[in-house]
Write a protein that binds this ligand. Structure first.
Ligand SMILES: Nc1ncnc2c1ncn2[C@@H]1O[C@H](COP(=O)(O)OP(=O)(O)OP(=O)(O)O)[C@@H](O)[C@H]1O
Ligand SMILES: [Mg+2]
Length: 397
């Protein structure tokens, strides 16, 4: 080998060393700055290298780690099984995550355990196969998940309590109220003539206030009971349900000379009694909030939409009545919220709150659109079929 060849071989060797060193340096950089714990172990389970995050996670210093085996990081009850799994991994090494579908735990120096996610990467080397375990401490995530489950359970409980409170309270309020109204009427009957004008006015107002409170309590009770009394979900032709609802409104339809058009509506899995109530409230409103001097016209239309594989039935109830300012299109679904005067249009403001509760009980949505003076449109969306995990049984409360 002449001088020149030797020199160029030397240069090549230097280049290779430099490249290796650079690669090593970048590996070290990544290794040391990784946000998850990294532990490299050999075939016998001896720990050969750790990063700072692993030291922090497990409470061992780098020096202490090197006197440990990978099994020391596993909860004691699982150590013997782990050695077997390690041999298995070395026989068929591949990049994989550990314990798919199982909750994994790791063990700190002080013996405390914490939930982890682990990915294994084989690192073939000159002295045999090494394994890189990348470890994420998921205690916080787990805590978050548990908190979420606890929170939703608490919410469910408090909802049920609220419903039964409203029901019990309104039921128990009825009795004393009945007495007040009855006594007021009796007083009017026996002493009405002897009372002066002002006293009679007071008495009259008292009785009227009692009547209106009676209606409020009755409606509150109806509202709180809506979803308690479910008859279960069955496939129902909504056109038939809408026509049923109309027969309950017959008198109003006759009085107002209204034209009501019910289109072919989809067949949907619903609680039929609740859907009848929904139509009755919506069509009832459409007739009540009519424009003076204009023949009321109500159109009930429906269609089915495929939303990413989920079939949704959309039913619209549209009228040509007085309409309302769309600013209030959410408020009107709240209990006792009304936009129009009591003297002009009777009612307590419970109808749409009941509609909303019914639709939500069907995992659906309801919203309203309107232009004042031109009419209103209520849009109901409910899934055509019940999801298997949807509660079909009556609510207990
Ligand atoms: N079709 C409609 N056109 C115009 N305004 C409407 C219509 N439907 C509802 N509203 C407005 O929304 C308010 C709330 O409706 P909701 O049915 O809850 O109560 P209500 O009809 O006044 O009383 P209740 O239904 O208890 O007899 C109504 O008071 C009215 O102001
Ligand atoms: Mg109403």
């Amino acid at each position: 080998m002449d001088e020149m060849t030797r020199l160029s071989a030397r240069v090549l060797e230097l280049e290779r060393l430099l490249r290796e060193r650079e690669e090593n340096d970048s590996f070290r950089l990544v290794f040391n700055s990784a946000p998850y714990g990294m532990v490299v172990s050999d075939e016998s389970g001896r720990i050969v290298m750790v990063n700072p995050r692993a030291e922090e996670m497990f409470g061992y210093s780098a020096g202490e780690f090197k006197r440990r085996r990978i099994e020391d990081l596993v909860p004691p009850a699982l150590r013997s099984g782990h050695a077997g799994q390690r041999h298995h991994f070395h026989r068929a090494p591949s990049i994989r995550s550990m314990g798919a579908g199982r909750d994994l735990y790791a063990c700190r120096r002080d013996g405390t355990e914490f939930p982890v996610e682990i990915a294994l990467t084989p690192l073939p080397g000159e002295n045999g196969m090494l394994v890189l375990s990348s470890i994420i401490d998921i205690s916080r995530r787990k805590l978050g998940e548990e908190e979420l489950v606890r929170y939703s359970k608490r919410l469910e409980r408090s909802n049920a309590e609220l419903e039964s409170f409203a029901s019990v309270a309104s039921h128990d309020l009825q009795e004393p109220l009945r007495k007040i109204r009855m006594m007021g009427e009796r007083l009017g009957a026996i002493a009405g003539e002897s009372l002066d004008e002002q006293a009679r006015d007071y008495l009259g107002r008292m009785i009227r206030a009692g009547d209106s409170m009676h209606r409020l309590i009755r409606d509150l009770l109806a509202f709180s009971r809506v979803t308690m009394r479910t008859e279960g979900f069955t496939p129902v032709d909504l056109s038939a349900t809408a026509r049923d609802a109309l027969s309950a409104l017959e008198l109003l339809v006759e009085e107002t000379g209204a034209i009501i058009v019910v289109d072919d509506l989809p067949e949907v899995e619903v609680d039929e009694a609740q859907m009848r109530q929904l139509f009755q409230n919506l069509i009832g409103n459409a007739l009540k909030f009519r424009r003076a001097g204009v023949v009321p016209r109500v159109e009930v239309t429906g269609r089915v939409e495929d939303r990413a594989g989920d079939l949704v039935a959309i039913v619209e109830v549209k009228d040509n009545g007085i309409g309302f300012d769309e600013r209030y299109s959410e408020r009107i679904f709240l209990v006792f919220q009304r936009l129009h005067g009591k003297t002009e249009f009777e009612g307590t403001g419970i109808g749409l709150a009941i509609c909303k509760k019914i639709v939500e009980h069907h995992d659906g949505r309801i919203h309203a659109r309107s232009t004042p003076g031109e009419g209103a449109q209520f849009v109901v969306e409910v899934p055509v079929r019940r999801k298997p995990d949807s509660p079909a049984a009556p609510h207990s409360a």
